[in-house]
Design a protein around this ligand. Structure first.
Ligand SMILES: Cc1cc2nc3c(=O)[nH]c(=O)nc-3n(C[C@H](O)[C@H](O)[C@H](O)COP(=O)(O)O)c2cc1C
Length: 188
């Protein structure tokens, strides 16, 4: 069974990112993939106050390890002030450096109130993920005007955006499998 984890990219209570993550999880189940959700509301932020980089932090390590050990990640990323949420960067900054995102397949879903559906936030995130040598799935999804445009049961109301989301969900597992196969071959 493929180890796919969906990261809900904010700690904001009642977030759209978590609603969307749950919807995506259901759709992966329909494809036969049992993906987990990493909800950043549960990131043990109190443990890292003051900057605890390089220290032994078992709770933080346990939390990030679900993402680090996953074969593939889906990141649901809201737009905050023209960028991605600070908690998402803090989470990534506690991944072991430098190998933890090396060749990691990652699919990206942006969501925002604005008309561009977190395009800015997702592209900033891609810069960081690219620096860490992740492999981004080319089919990105952007959900603009998210409050009116997303429904927990029916998904994205705009037909084309919903189609793009479903194309991402049906194509990403194969991308993950192919990349993990390649990395086994190159390690062997
Ligand atoms: C701190 C904060 C900053 C925001 N900044 C933007 C922004 O720059 N552009 C935008 O389109 N929406 C912005 N919004 C609206 C969010 O993108 C929108 O409410 C989104 O659904 C929030 O994601 P969440 O529900 O997953 O937290 C902001 C919301 C918050 C809470």
């Amino acid at each position: 069974m493929l180890d796919l984890q969906i990261i809900s990219g904010t700690d904001r209570p009642g977030s759209n990112a978590l609603r969307i993550s749950k919807y995506i999880q259901k759709k992966y189940r329909d494809e036969g993939v049992d993906a987990g959700i990493i909800d950043l509301q549960n990131f043990p932020a109190e443990q890292v106050i003051g900057g605890r980089y390089g220290e032994d932090l078992p709770e933080v390590e346990a939390f990030v390890s679900r993402a680090v050990s996953a074969e593939g990640l889906v990141i649901v990323c809201p737009e905050y002030n023209g960028g991605y949420p600070g908690i998402l960067k803090l989470f990534i900054d506690y991944f072991p450096f430098p190998g933890s995102l090396e060749k990691k397949p990652i699919a990206l879903v942006g969501e925002a109130s604005g008309a561009f559906g977190a395009l800015r936030a997702v592209e900033q995130l891609q810069q960081v993920l690219g620096y860490r040598h992740a492999h981004i799935f080319p089919e990105r999804v952007f959900i603009p005007r998210v409050t009116e445009n997303f429904d927990d049961e029916g998904g994205i109301k705009d037909e084309l955006q919903q189609q793009l989301l479903m194309t991402q969900i049906s194509g990403f597992p194969q991308f993950v499998q192919d990349l993990n196969k390649d990395s086994v071959i190159s390690k062997g």
